[in-house]
Design a protein around this ligand. Structure first.
Ligand SMILES: [Zn+2]
Length: 454
């Protein structure tokens, strides 16, 4: 028997929340082993590999389905996976924490009781995935291995949750392979001496790294929209943390910074929240869109053209969670949601200038300042940034038109980012309009697509 082993070296391009578990304080924490090291469940890897293998998944990774055979009708048939994932090791540095809230489309403000904290693996973390496939020296086995090996090079798994907020993108940096022929004594000795991931390490260790042709590029994105902005006012985006204040002062609130560069940052989740809520509002006013996407109180009754099996273009673009599990295909288990098409990346603020501002709560009766109510915030006053939205393929024209509309609304100061938008904070100005559709184009494509969805 021939045993083929491979180590796939992945690098996180974005932060990742893989299989989080609810911690003591409600924080979504990364799972850890007894030594406190972050572990990556192999199921997360298997799911991604399976979808990447597409038509070859059934043959290489097995299946469970209802028998179509008339003699055994209704019986479940299970075929095990030929590809075994023997483990995944993460070389994680310090984990990072992100807090976020949900935006209410009606008020534009954060919804109460939606503040959540996620623990994330930092971008740059390397992951080693260990694979094994056994073969009986048949030609078909050889072909299967070649298919798997080829596809590993074009794999760029999106791991864990929050893909649409710019989390979880990875690239394959290298693939190492090795072979054990159990008819040979020396290979048999290795086989009997090592096990698990150390067997793979031992066999592939001498093999030179074959750099993936896609190295450094994420195959996730083939469609991209960018817009560059400069700050038109102060901007404050909270980090969920407070610095202890002096006596008599409330704690100071720092601005959120990027994990890698320590520069101020607008997180992808902020962008996503703003675009989603503003698009829902526009659609609601136009009398279009579906109940799932608009998600406001009271919910509009429309659902025409949008069902779990055939979602509307907006649900496809932003993803959707179903209140009841939905059976999409007869042979596979039901699902509770759909992952969104669009990814909003973090935007680092370049050439930033910042300052600390204070404000005090005023007593309405006396007009004087309240005792112990001095608030201190760090705000960015100047800077440039680029918004980047990507997708594996181009979204529907109605979606791109609305994305452009929201970019223009941000430019016009109708939509603000972060904290204190009612106090003059959070305004941005477009500095480059080349990639942003004009109002004429937006109107024209909305007229067509809204007529379709309403
Ligand atoms: Zn919908």
């Amino acid at each position: 028997m021939i045993i083929r082993l491979a180590t796939v070296h992945l690098r996180l391009q974005e932060p990742a929340a893989i299989s989080p578990v609810v911690g003591i304080e409600g924080t979504l924490e990364l799972p850890r082993d007894n030594g406190g090291r972050v572990i990556i469940p192999e199921t997360s890897i298997a799911g991604s590999l399976r979808s990447h293998l597409a038509d070859d998944a059934r043959r290489l990774m097995g299946y469970v389905e209802r028998s179509g055979d008339t003699n055994n009708a209704g019986r479940t048939v299970a075929v095990s996976s030929r590809v075994r994932i023997m483990g995944c090791r993460a070389d994680a540095g310090t984990v990072i924490k992100r807090t976020s809230t949900a935006v209410d489309p009606a008020s534009g403000a954060a919804r109460s009781r939606t503040l959540r904290t996620n623990e994330l693996l930092p971008p740059g973390t390397t992951l080693a995935v260990y694979l094994r496939i056994d073969s009986n020296n048949r030609q078909a086995d050889e072909q299967d291995w070649n298919v798997l090996y080829g596809k590993l090079h074009t794999w760029s798994p999106s791991l864990g949750g929050g893909a649409s907020r710019g989390w979880g993108a990875t690239t394959v940096e290298a693939v190492q392979t090795g072979t054990l022929d159990l008819t040979r004594d020396e290979d048999l000795l290795i086989w009997l001496t090592y096990g698990g991931t150390s067997l793979v390490d031992h066999v592939v260790s001498d093999v030179e790294l074959t750099t993936s042709p896609l190295s450094g590029h994420s195959a996730v994105a083939t469609w991209r929209k960018t817009a560059t902005f400069s700050l038109a006012s102060g901007l404050h985006i909270g980090s969920g943390q407070h610095k202890e204040g002096d006596s008599g002062r409330t704690p100071a609130e720092p601005m959120r910074v990027d994990h890698n560069t320590d520069q101020f940052v607008i997180p992808g989740s902020t962008w996503k929240g703003i675009f989603r809520s503003r698009m829902a509002e526009i659609l609601g006013r136009l009398g279009a869109g579906c109940r799932r996407f608009i998600d406001a109180e009271p919910a509009p009754a429309k659902d025409a053209g949008c069902s779990p099996t055939t979602p509307c273009e907006f649900c496809l673009a932003f993803g959707v969670t179903y209140t009841e599990p939905v059976q999409l295909r007869p042979e596979v288990p039901s699902v509770v949601g759909r992952r969104g098409l669009l990814r909003f990346s973090d935007s680092v603020i370049d050439a930033a200038k910042d300052t600390c501002v204070t404000h005090v709560a005023i007593d309405r009766f006396s007009g004087g300042g309240h005792d112990r109510r001095l608030f201190t915030k760090r705000i960015v006053t100047e800077g440039r940034l680029a918004l980047t939205i990507t997708a594996p393929h181009a979204p529907a024209p109605g979606v791109t038109a609305l994305l452009d509309a929201v970019i223009r609304d941000i430019d016009a100061g109708l939509v603000g980012l972060g904290h204190g938008t009612t106090r003059g904070l959070g305004s941005l100005r477009l500095t480059d309009e080349t990639n942003v559709g004009s109002w004429d184009t937006i109107r024209r494509s909305l007229r067509t697509s809204v007529a379709e969805v309403s």
